[in-house]
Design a protein around this ligand. Sequence first.
Ligand SMILES: [Zn+2]
Length: 313
Amino acid sequence: MKNRFEGLLSIACALLLAGLLLAPAPAYAKKLNVITSTTDMAALAQEVGGDKISVESIAKGYQDPHFVEAKPSFLLKLRNADLLISVGLQLEIGWLPPLITQSGNPRIQPGAGGYLDASQFAQILDIPTGPVSRAMGDVHPLGNPHYWLDPDNGRRLARGIAGKLAEMDPADQAYFQQRLQDFEKRLADAEKRWESGMAPFRGRKIVTYHNSWPNFARHFGLNVAGFVEPRPGIPPSPGHTVELISMMKRENVKVLIMEPYFDSKTPNSIGAATGAKVLILTPSVGGEKEITDYFKLFDYDIGLLTQAFRATQ
Ligand SMILES: [Zn+2]
């Protein structure tokens, strides 16, 4: 039985092989295999790469990108990747470096041609000026890695990624350039829409759970007055929460933003004590089912945010 099955299997393999040899080279054979650490990088790569690349993110959009559980399937994806795009600035320091090493794929090791740290293209905020110590919490010592939440950085990232794709696949350079131009045009139109939606709320104060929104706040003229975390990456403490509540009352902060993957217990009690609206915004593409691309990410977050601002005038 086993032998017969193996016999059939080898016939099937031979047929498959013959088919591959005889058939004209399929279009997908040329596709660059791109793996990204997060969905936002995948969304931007997809915008400029179109059907000349296949792209997949390791982290899901609803996961905390600081903490992603390494799965064996990730190793297989990384082993076959031509290009790995990471957010960088140590966002993925807890999980990505060991995966890259263990993948054994020389193309995507840091410093190799298939490793792209996208932070080099972005405008980076919160770069510490003094020495960084453990007492400051789980602070990102190279600057804030949540930079994709400024659409101007989205444009810079798309340009950088398009350049990298053209370098790896020079035959399709014109295609990537065309895709980039189209993306930039659609982004410029969307930015007008987003900015006019947010314009009435310039200067509004918000509190955020983690320091994930400085680029977003800067772009849209919001004022981040404080954080639910006492220090980055450190869970809420009663003492800090009491201080935060009195600051929010004093400063009249009426909107608190948290990511879907944090515990809502403390934000909800802060909301109850201050009358602030607790808003769950997703920082990443794929954080909600309908957020299928970079544009829908801003559409979704800005939609909820402007609604909350209007309700708390
Ligand atoms: Zn962070």
